[in-house]
Design a protein around this ligand. Structure first.
Ligand code: 13P
Ligand code: SF4
Length: 357
């Protein structure tokens, strides 16, 4: 723990949050659609890579067809290592952009290009560049949930699964950090690493709705439950966690921990995979409503919900939803992403080496 002061930029750009509307299919529509998408993936030499927050139908299709469902770090890694010439990324735009930045020779499609992320929208490249210019002595670390142009300005990109390790590593090298855009994750990373950090004032509209007082009430109702929290959540929620981690880390914890019941503070799309990974265990949504709550997302990301079977099929048939990244930006943005991938790979080898020894 450290008490190093942080500066938070007191400004969040305004943007529209769409209502959360998941696709509703007519009876009898699902199976033929799934079959067509399977055929199309084969015909187009395409692989489907999905995030855990997407619809279970999409996650199942990814797994049945040799694709992948994971957190944002492993989605990037999988797409980079896969031999398919087309990557179909079901998630939000920064995930498709990251795939394109790493694989310029591949076609990257998304079911819905308007699938944004409040963190990305809340960190416009121009304002971010001005922020960086005011702090030239700091190493710029950005979260994956940013545009290609913001990544192009960064020294490092991180995802929630490696953020603490990377910032701790930089801190131990004596570097001071400029962090963007998630203030809650940044605050958590700062507390864990003790690094000198200044933070951009961004947040995830889904995770910031988890309510700490109502969570305390819920814990009293389920005293046997373990609490799993994504670090995009507010500090008072994180403080109550038994495990804080990326989506993959939370699923692994649900499997590994000796508990029958879990309260989960992240997008409820994760329950599909959690239930499969830990059958027989009970998962309860952490509270988003209650005193003072507006519940804009109610624990489900409106942009992730835009991914459906219909627009996935449409993208494969028409090539719509293709992701393009300006080449000048791409060549700069690939540097911080590759740094993170190499760091994560080295860390993984060290952990495996230590467990072999
Ligand atoms: P993960 O990298 O943990 O999957 O998080 C991505 C995300 O957008 C969480 O809201
Ligand atoms: Fe962005 Fe939050 Fe949606 Fe994740 S859940 S994609 S951080 S808005």
């Amino acid at each position: 723990m450290s008490s190093i002061p942080k500066i938070i930029i007191p400004r969040t750009p305004k943007f529209e949050v769409p209502p959360t509307i998941s696709e509703s299919l007519e009876p009898g529509e699902r199976e033929p659609l799934r079959a067509r998408i399977r055929d199309l993936l084969r015909e187009k030499d395409a692989v489907l890579i999905a995030h855990y927050y997407t619809d279970p139908d999409i996650q199942l299709l990814a797994e049945e067809t040799g694709g992948y469902v994971s957190d944002s770090l492993d989605m990037a890694r999988f797409g980079h290592e896969h031999e398919a010439t087309t990557l179909v990324v079901a998630g939000v735009r920064f995930m498709g952009e990251t795939a394109k930045i790493l694989n310029p020779e591949k076609r990257v499609l998304m079911p819905e290009l308007q699938a944004e992320c409040s963190l990305d929208l809340g960190c416009p490249p121009k304002e971010f560049a001005e922020f960086c210019d005011r702090h030239p002595d700091r190493t710029v670390v950005v979260y994956a949930n940013t545009s290609a142009a913001v990544k192009a300005r960064a020294d490092w990109m991180v995802t929630s699964s490696v953020a603490v390790d990377i910032v701790r590593f930089l801190h131990e090298r004596g570097e001071k950090i400029l962090w963007a855009p998630d203030k809650y994750l940044g605050d958590y990373v700062q507390r864990q690493s003790g690094a000198d950090m200044i933070l951009w004032n961004g947040s995830c509209i889904v995770h910031e709705e988890f309510k700490s007082l109502e969570l305390e009430d819920m814990r009293r109702r389920y005293p046997d439950a373990k609490i799993l929290v994504h670090p995009e959540s507010p500090e008072a929620v994180i403080r109550q966690a038994d495990v804080v981690g990326s989506t993959t880390q939370l699923i692994k914890a649900a499997q590994a921990l000796d508990a029958r019941r879990f309260i989960v503070a992240t997008d409820k799309g994760i329950f599909h995979k959690m239930q499969k990974a830990a059958p027989g265990k009970e998962f309860i949504e952490a509270p988003t409503a209650g005193r003072g709550a507006t519940c804009r997302s109610c624990a489900h990301c409106p942009w992730m919900a835009m991914n459906g079977l219909r627009n996935l099929e449409h993208a494969l048939v028409t090539g719509s939803g293709e992701v393009f990244v300006d080449e000048d930006i791409r060549v700069q943005a690939v540097v911080p992403i590759q740094r993170m991938l190499e760091f994560a790979m080295t860390r993984k080898k060290q952990v495996l080496g230590a467990s072999d020894a």
